[in-house]
Design a protein around this ligand. Structure first.
Ligand code: NAD
Ligand code: MG
Length: 394
């Protein structure tokens, strides 16, 4: 069995830690070549002591010096790099065959792109890079012969429900539509007037999944599902009207594929990211991750309902951005990151997230983004526009 040389971008985050948990159960199959983190140097040091990667990457010179000292004290010979250049280099090391792209937000774009350009197998958790890059990103995947395996549980579920040789558009596979399930988040049943007063802490307490703070807020606003609709459009090549969202509070059915003959295939499992991670790490083989059996009798019910598009306007903003094309998804993503950061810092109410995105999308959403320079410039301009607007409000 070939040993997979693994680089984990965002190793200290929720997806990164779950990835290392799977790797630790199958030490004969993986060699950890590189681990990266932003500011969680202590956790990265622990991971380096345990997995002894060739390279570790942190955000700054100071953080690199601290990590170096810790590694020396522990007798670990890992090389330490820092900054975006370090991330880009780590993702394209020749010893690396697969890259787990698990940095959160637009910060993951260039490192993920580096893995794509080096023709790696890219295990894609960082949905924001596909949302931003769209056709440019998919074009790079094709040109460099990279393989994308989705980690997002919904897209991984769809990947599992498609024939192995599926081609974009899915017409050849006889697919009618994709159904993305959404938990509905912690405020699914909150009346509209309460939403203005919910706290970051409440937004981050997801009923089914334990995740990083940004994606937890995205799940609460339904922007996560909106970003996932855009992600599904690019990964599977279907138009927006053939990608639908259904709220499923138990998070047991992870998504569904409907075929022209009326068959609907779904992937079910515990709401535990180790399942899609293990699927992608082992593909096309299956890896045991030690999860308990799925007890359907105990679960008892699987419920489905339509998303409330008025209380959670982010979902339609995402469809709107996808239909508009050009730079609109770049603006949507950057405005969302800025708004979520402001909400987490108690500078914007929860309902202000959708308002800010809608306003900035109306202002900048018509801009083109036909090359990477334009994407990066539009991302920067959107953040500056949001900052000015948030500054004016404060
Ligand atoms: P997280 O906040 O727990 O971890 C993020 C990781 O990225 C950390 O290792 C952090 O150090 C690193 N990071 C943050 N900012 C960085 C920067 N500027 N430069 C370099 N590294 C940086 O996030 P997460 O929940 O693990 O999510 C990671 C990605 O996976 C996101 O794109 C998210 O949408 C996606 N995803 C997560 C889950 C989940 O269950 N957590 C599920 C599906 C998809
Ligand atoms: Mg998801």
């Amino acid at each position: 069995m070939a040993v997979t040389g693994l680089c984990i971008l965002g190793a200290t985050g929720s997806v990164g830690c779950s990835t290392l948990d799977v790797v630790a159960r199958h030490p004969e199959r993986f060699r950890v070549v590189a681990l990266t983190a932003h500011r969680q140097g202590e956790r990265l040091l622990e991971q380096c002591r345990r997995f002894r990667p060739d390279v570790a990457v942190v955000d700054s010179v100071d953080a690199a010096e601290r990590l170096r000292a810790g590694l020396d004290a522990a007798g670990v010979p890992t090389t330490v790099w820092h900054g975006e250049a370090g991330l880009i280099q780590a993702a394209s090391l020749p010893e690396v065959t697969a890259v787990m792209a698990a940095i959160v937000g637009a910060a993951g774009l260039l490192p993920t792109l580096s893995a794509v350009r080096a023709g790696k197998t890219v295990l894609l958790a960082n949905k924001e890079s596909v949302v931003m890059g769209g056709a440019l990103f998919m074009d790079e995947v094709r040109r460099h012969g990279a393989r994308l395996i989705p980690i997002d549980s919904e897209h991984n579920a769809i990947f599992q429900c498609l024939p192995r040789d599926f081609a974009p558009g899915l017409d050849g596979a006889g697919v009618r539509r994709l159904l993305l399930t959404a938990s509905g988040g912690p405020f699914r049943q909150f009346p509209a007037e309460q939403l203005a007063h919910v706290t970051p802490q409440a937004a981050c307490a997801h009923p089914n999944w334990v995740m990083g703070r940004k994606i937890s807020v995205d799940s609460a606003t339904l922007m996560n599902k909106g970003l996932e609709v855009i992600e599904a459009h690019w990964l599977f090549g279907l138009p927006p009207e053939r990608i639908e969202v259904v709220v499923h509070p138990q998070s047991v059915v992870h998504s569904l594929v409907e075929y022209v003959d009326g068959s609907v295939l779904a992937q079910l499992g515990h709401p535990d990211m180790r399942t899609p991670i293990a699927h992608a790490l082992g593909w096309p083989q299956r890896l045991d991750v030690g999860l308990p059996l799925l007890d359907l009798v105990q679960i008892g019910q699987l419920n489905f309902e339509a998303p409330d598009r008025e209380r959670f306007p982010a979902l339609d903003l995402a469809y709107q951005a996808l239909r508009a094309g050009g730079g609109a998804p770049v603006v949507l993503n950057a405005a969302n990151e800025a708004a979520v950061a402001a909400f987490l810092a108690n500078r914007l109410p929860f309902t202000g997230i959708g308002e800010l995105i809608g306003r900035v999308l109306a202002q900048l959403g018509g801009e083109p983004a036909g090359c990477w320079e334009a994407v990066i410039e539009l991302d920067r301009r959107t953040r500056a526009t949001c900052a000015a607007w948030l500054g004016g409000e404060a």
